[in-house]
Design a protein around this ligand. Structure first.
Ligand code: ZN
Ligand code: ZN
Ligand code: FE
Length: 727
């Protein structure tokens, strides 16, 4: 028996009945983390061997073995950590075959200790004995270690000197309890911790991080503690306690003692449970929920190299560090439950690099370069799509570097040398430029451009293991269209290989381009100018708030200079949010829409009109919807009522458009994708409306509806085009 890069090879001989039983038990009795995708049996001549032996891992051959995601500490290891008589009592790096670090420490394959960042920690005799013992839980656990041979914690001051402390962990917990900001080196990078009930501490962290409003995630000791602050349903509990241990978005309870600065203006809270021994021990020692947010400055990626930890020196009061290197920087994953089903929003720690299994094969190996924001890439081979961990926004050197080194790392781990390269159509995306450069330097690559919203719909199809054709509703912020406008409110008829744009939201100029993304009031101004011209209704407080810039912005919009026309649903939410007086200027992506959703009055039953004009391409008359918003506000309707009627009107318009497409094309399945469908209110209304009309609805689950899912869609599209030999 031995491990090689293609999986596990077992040679067994004996009584045929016993051998058949062995084969049967491979799937049924596999250990908790084993993924048995396939068992293939070949007959050999008997060798007459009578011993059990584990062969050295062999290199070479086509590698298809899977590298596991990092796995939360198992109950057995937790019991050991809590047992004063055990060797690993209170040891933060305790792990076994069923749990512990994997992807973050893997430097190459095969997955053996020398190919991990544990290479620098030779096993002590006790650990070596466990490692060699087939009856032990740690039999062949590559990251096995103990206080005698494994990594250790150290508490370091801002000036780089070790703090005098008997136990660095207890002291770090004390510092958190005292209101300090503590940087903690974890599994996939550095985090920053402060007490989540201490407003002064949380507000201080925000100031130091230059992060104004974006919600922080909170770590709690267990589900009971989560229930103290949030509503936790059965599916949510299962996700919280899963081996992936993502951040789960939960509904806050009224009166929970959360510092207001943890998640300003947000009815939801991102909550996670401890996922390493270190986090379990910390949570117990702190004894109260604590913010655990990425250790970075505002828009930079999470720090994972010890040399970079100095960047956090302006933010953290003290550093809890350890000496096990992190090979791959991995953020916490974020997920939520929608009607009993998981919709992952950020797919990273605990999920990546587990492949998305597909019911079809890639004819040739594929690299999909992804989009720009919330970037991921994807390598496809056989029936596996290896969607990368969340890379971040491709706009600075660090994220760019994680992208390019990540592509090489994944290529090595899964032995994939791409022959087909898929990319977005946006010429300015760094991911597009990467694809074009690759073609120039490597040559012999089949390049294929995939329109952004087609990629969203293809991603949703692949997520559901389907091929289409379907009606695709792709609602998001922005994506490069094929007609010189910026798309984002699209109704497509699509399969994996191609699409047709059969409808879209009305277009409006985006005054100032990127400035209109940061300042939603500009989108409102553009709409009002398009509808009313210079005679903006007098009652609109929005126009008065921006009086001195209003005319200028409207002129820019009309001139078309730096004001591309857009059909974006995201920008429509921005406009309505600003009109309602909820959000004029955003401080994180999607803020205006998030706050509009959360203000919507759940008891409201009205809906604004969104007529669908039949033509060769359906036009959803967004102008009528804006007009209704303005009229309602003029009659003194509260923002919550307007927000609800807007959501309901938009959803009804989508259903109307899908009915029109069905009448024309006979398609009865609708795939919903794009970042706007992270809006649970809109998603619920659209799904209800479509199902009531007899449609079958496909939603995301394994990859995010936002641009984090784009790479899977690009890969699926490239594979389908390759099958049709369109490349
Ligand atoms: Zn374990
Ligand atoms: Zn040891
Ligand atoms: Fe998008």
């Amino acid at each position: 028996m031995g491990n090689d890069a293609q999986g596990v090879v077992i040679e067994a001989e004996g009584d045929p009945e016993a051998l058949a039983k062995l084969v049967d038990s491979l799937g049924a009795e596999a250990p908790p983390l084993a993924v048995v995708e396939r068992v293939s049996v070949r007959e050999l001549d008997p060798q007459g061997e009578g011993t059990f032996q584990i062969a050295q891992s062999r290199d070479g051959g086509g590698r298809t073995a899977l590298v596991s995601p990092d796995v939360a500490t198992c109950d057995d290891c937790l019991a050991e950590i809590a047992d004063p008589a055990a060797r690993r009592y209170r040891y933060p790096f305790t792990n076994c075959t069923n749990c512990g670090p994997r992807f973050t420490i893997t430097t190459t394959v095969p997955y053996d200790r020398p190919n991990t960042t544990m290479a620098g920690f030779p096993m002590c005799p006790d650990c070596a004995a466990e490692y060699e013992d087939p009856a032990d839980r740690r039999f062949h656990a590559q990251p096995i270690c103990c206080p005698a041979c494994g990594p250790h914690l150290a508490l370091i001051d801002r000036d780089g000197t070790p703090c005098p402390a008997d136990d660095p962990l207890t002291e770090a917990a004390e510092r958190v309890r005292a209101g300090d900001v503590v940087a903690i080196k974890g599994l996939g990078g550095y985090h920053l911790a402060v007490l989540a009930g201490d407003e002064a501490a949380v507000a201080g962290l925000r100031r130091r991080k230059h992060r104004d409003d974006k919600p922080f995630a909170v770590m709690v000791a267990d589900v009971a503690a989560a229930r103290g602050w949030c509503e936790v349903g059965a599916e949510e509990q299962a996700l919280l306690e899963s081996a992936s241990r993502p951040v789960v978005l939960l509904e806050r309870r009224d009166g929970a003692a959360i510092a207001p600065s943890v998640a300003p203006g947000n009815r939801r809270l991102g909550v996670m449970l401890p996922y390493t021994g270190l986090h379990h021990l910390l949570a117990a020692a702190i004894g109260a929920p604590f913010v655990l947010t990425s250790g970075n400055l505002s828009d930079e990626p999470i720090v994972h190299e010890d040399d970079d930890a100095c960047r956090l020196v302006e933010i953290a009061d003290v550093f809890l560090m350890h000496d096990r290197p992190i090979h791959s920087r991995v953020d916490d994953s974020v997920t939520r439950v929608f009607r009993g089903r998981e919709i992952v929003l950020r797919r990273s720690r605990g999920y990546a690099p587990r492949p998305v299994a597909l019911p079809w094969d890639f004819p040739r190996p594929v690299l999909a370069c992804g989009a720009e924001l919330k970037h991921t890439f994807c390598l496809g081979k056989g029936h596996h799509a290896f969607v990368s961990h969340h890379i971040g926004d491709l706009e600075n050197y660090e994220t760019w570097q994680s992208f390019t080194t990540g592509v090489e790392h994944f290529g090595r781990l899964f032995d994939i040398r791409p022959e087909v390269v898929a990319h977005d159509l946006h010429p300015e995306y760094l991911s597009t430029k990467y694809a074009l450069d690759l073609e120039e330097t490597a040559g012999h690559l089949a390049l294929t451009g995939v329109q952004h919203h087609h990629a969203h719909v293809a991603s949703c199809l692949a997520d559901n293991g389907e091929t289409g054709p379907v009606i695709g509703v792709a609602f998001d912020g922005l994506g490069w269209g094929t007609d010189g406008t910026v798309w984002g409110g699209e109704i497509l008829v699509a399969d994996l290989a191609g699409f047709e744009r059969v409808g879209h939201l009305d277009t409006v100029p985006m005054p100032g381009g990127a400035a209109a993304i940061r300042e939603p009031w500009r989108m409102a101004a553009a709409w009002l100018d398009a509808i009313y011209g210079p005679d903006v209704p007098e009652h609109l407080a929005l126009a008065r708030r921006h009086e001195e810039r209003w005319r200028g912005v409207c002129q820019v919009a009309r001139s078309g200079v730096a004001s591309p026309a857009t059909s974006s649903a995201g920008r429509l939410f921005d406009a309505v949010s600003a009109l309602c007086g909820i959000r004029d200027v955003i401080r994180y992506e999607g803020q205006a829409a998030v706050e509009l959703e959360q203000q919507a009055d759940p008891g409201e039953t009205g809906a604004y009109p969104l007529p669908v004009d039949a033509g060769s391409v359906l036009r959803l008359g967004t102008g009528d919807l804006i007009r209704a918003v303005v009229e309602d506000l003029g009659q003194g309707a509260p923002a919550g009522v307007v927000a609800a009627r807007f959501h309901r009107g938009l959803a009804a318009g989508v259903v109307r458009a899908c009915r029109a497409v069905r009448a024309e094309r006979g398609l009865t399945t609708v795939a919903c994708s794009g970042g706007v469908f992270q809006n649970a209110l809109l998603l619920g209304l659209v799904v209800d409306g479509l199902e009531a009309e007899g449609f079958r609805v496909l939603l995301h689950s394994r990859v995010p509806p936002n641009d984090g899912g784009i790479s899977l869609g690009q890969a699926a599209c490239a594979g389908a085009r390759d099958r049709q030999a369109q490349l």
